[in-house]
Design a binder for this molecule. Structure first.
Ligand SMILES: [Zn+2]
Length: 315
């Protein structure tokens, strides 16, 4: 089998090492056994923010605040859904769940902080496997909170034993977590690259162009439509590079390269504040922070920056 091209390009929020045990996790007996196993661990969330223990100086001692789920004094602090994330390398089950808002004081030593996942990633406080597991947990917790009613009959739904889907008690319809595909690409014409900026970006930042894939579209069709709509540039080909889970709340960024067949810009200012062609040399300076106009590449945690680095390295 050909190697999957994602694997050499390990993006932030990928690299999860848990075995999701998807053939076992809808068995209530399997989940109940693990919920009562003293070795099983649970990750607390306060709204969208995971509990992180800070020991000493933050960069030396940040770790996920895993708690023993079988301890009844711990278990009673959580609300449903208790979500099964998977089994670790030692066969221990890992769960995540939101804490009861009145029970977010986790022991009183003051070392548990509720830290936004984006901030944890930008500060590189945790390793790739932990950030990825937090992304899985955050996306699922947000999905449960936002999808509490059956889209078929309007009844209130409940989580399955593992919390990986919701089931309607009236019409039995199953509802699965959604993942929203977004295409993001470096558009190339010879040695020039098309980048854009949105008004919400940090000053000076230009990034690869992106857009949601719509129903009934292939990736190539979505790429062609988005670039034409936003910039007026036509692309003749799209080549997949790699993908990245983006847990805000649950997007899959599908990264690649587009070959432009035209270069004239007709920018849609309702979508973009600006779009420009940049030379390869400019791209390298943006990555290095030495562009003469002070222009910058996006954050290290973004797939857009990794696509730019890949181009700068001669991909
Ligand atoms: Zn229903």
């Amino acid at each position: 089998m050909a190697p999957m091209s994602d694997l050499p390009f390990l993006h932030c929020f990928s690299g999860n090492r848990l075995d999701r045990a998807d053939n076992l996790r809808e068995d209530r007996g399997f989940i109940d056994r693990h919920r009562h196993n003293p070795a099983s661990l649970i990750l607390p969330f306060a709204e969208d923010r995971p509990g992180i223990r800070i020991n000493g100086r933050a960069r030396e001692g940040a770790a996920i605040d895993w708690l023993p789920l079988a301890d009844p004094r711990i278990a009673e602090r959580f609300r449903e859904p208790v979500i099964f994330l998977g089994l670790d390398g030692e066969g221990r089950a890992r769960f995540a769940a939101p804490l009861d808002p009145d029970r977010q004081d986790m022991g009183g030593d003051g070392r548990t902080k509720w830290i936004d996942l984006r901030s944890l990633a930008v500060q590189a406080l945790l390793d790739a496997a932990d950030l990825s597991l937090l992304a899985q947990a955050r996306s699922l917790i947000c999905w449960h909170r936002e999808h509490r009613f059956c889209a078929g009959c309007g009844e209130k739904t409940g989580p399955s034993p593992a919390g990986t889907k919701r089931v309607c008690p009236r019409c039995s319809r199953e509802h699965f977590p959604r993942v929203d595909p977004v295409i993001i690409m470096m558009v190339r014409h010879g040695n020039d690259f098309l980048l854009g900026r949105q008004a919400r970006f940090a000053p000076g930042v230009y990034s690869a162009l992106a857009g949601f894939v719509e129903p009934g579209e292939s990736l190539g069709e979505a790429a062609r439509r988005e670039i034409l709509e936003e910039t007026g540039v036509e692309i003749s080909a799209f080549r997949y590079h790699s993908s990245q889970p983006w847990p805000f709340p649950s997007t899959l960024m599908i990264g690649g390269f587009g070959e432009a067949s035209t270069t004239a810009l007709r920018i849609d200012y309702s979508e973009l504040e600006d779009a420009r062609w940049f030379s390869l040399d400019e791209l390298k300076h943006m990555l290095a922070g030495t562009h003469p106009e002070g222009l910058l590449a996006p954050s290290e945690i973004s797939i857009a920056r990794q696509l730019m680095k890949s181009v700068a390295a001669g991909a």
